[in-house]
Design a protein around this ligand. Structure first.
Ligand code: C2E
Ligand code: MG
Ligand code: MG
Ligand code: MG
Length: 268
């Protein structure tokens, strides 16, 4: 408890002190073998504890409401990085993870819309379905406001939480991301391929693109390709990368497969 309290206190200061930074993980389009988009993932370089991953601080930020400042910072940083990418000829959508609670915060929604609209860059938001359960009407209206200004909505971690088909039908989402829970053991489990297969069919019936996260092996990559999955993301394609490494990755030719260059990729 003490530890969480001190981490929460440090986090409040971390944003202003420049201790947060972003890594970007590519999402690859299977048919064209091109990078479809990237996802921004926040990291915290703590002066004493070293690198802290979001699993250890996002929930703290959600409880203290520091999540608002953290997310505003993330959007601003993504816009800056996207200008650098565009200057290098990479006009690519960047997805940002948006905590569920923010979808019922009208002030945050107005602020996020203003930031994205004035930037002119291509932005996507990843949200989990659980995000809409508490105040479904408000959350769905806010998602619609995001979609109306061109923000691409993706449903994150599909299948891992309380998946409700009733909400899925109403969300203005263009992408469905199948949780890595069903993907990392895709080729060694009996049931996961059935679940993934039917989720792909469901998403396509709803006219959504399907993204599989947690693709770690050539075997999973190949199976997803046969199953008609649209986009894949995971260590097999690339780990999350800092901006310079991302630019290097985008500039490589991947037309004869992603695995060819994988061994030479740095871990950051
Ligand atoms: P997520 O959005 O579902 O992100 C996927 C997580 O899986 C990332 O962990 C990523 O590094 C990891 N991953 C990627 N490829 C593979 C793979 O092939 N195998 C395995 N086993 N894991 C893989 P990370 O970066 O630690 O992020 C964890 C969660 O923290 C994210 O889950 C997201 O919910 C949240 N998060 C990250 N950045 C932000 C942010 O800026 N704002 C908010 N609100 N949440 C964030
Ligand atoms: Mg995500
Ligand atoms: Mg996810
Ligand atoms: Mg996940």
């Amino acid at each position: 408890m003490l530890d969480r309290a001190s981490l929460a206190r440090d986090l409040r200061a971390a944003i202003g002190k420049g201790e947060l930074f972003l890594q970007y993980q590519p999402k690859a389009h299977l048919r064209s073998q091109r990078i479809a988009s990237v996802e921004a993932l926040v990291r915290w370089q703590h002066p004493v504890r070293g690198l802290v991953l979001p699993g250890d601080f996002i929930s703290l930020a959600e409880e203290s409401r520091d999540i608002v400042d953290l997310t505003v910072w993330t959007i601003q940083q993504v816009v800056k990085d996207q200008r650098l990418l565009a200057a290098d000829g990479h006009d690519i959508t960047v997805f940002i993870n948006i905590s569920g609670g923010l979808l019922s915060d009208a002030r945050f929604v107005r602020r996020a819309c203003a930031l994205v609209q004035s930037s002119g860059v291509k932005i996507g938001f990843e949200i989990t379905e659980t995000a809409v359960i508490r105040e479904p009407e408000t959350a769905i209206a806010h998602l619609q406001a995001f979609a109306d200004i061109g923000i691409v909505i993706a449903i994150d971690d599909y299948g891992a939480g309380l998946s409700s088909l009733a909400y899925l039908k109403q969300l203005p989402a263009r992408e469905l991301k199948i949780d890595k829970l069903f993907v990392t053991q895709l080729t060694s489990s009996n049931r996961d391929p059935l679940i993934v297969r039917s989720t792909i069919d469901l998403a396509h019936a709803l006219e959504m693109e399907v993204v599989a996260e947690g693709v770690e092996t050539a075997a999973a990559f190949a199976l997803l390709s046969v199953m008609g999955c649209d986009v894949v993301q995971g260590y097999f394609i690339s780990r999350p990368l800092g901006l310079p490494a991302l630019i290097e990755f985008l500039e490589r030719d991947h037309s004869d497969g992603f695995d060819r260059h994988r061994a030479s990729l740095p871990n950051l």
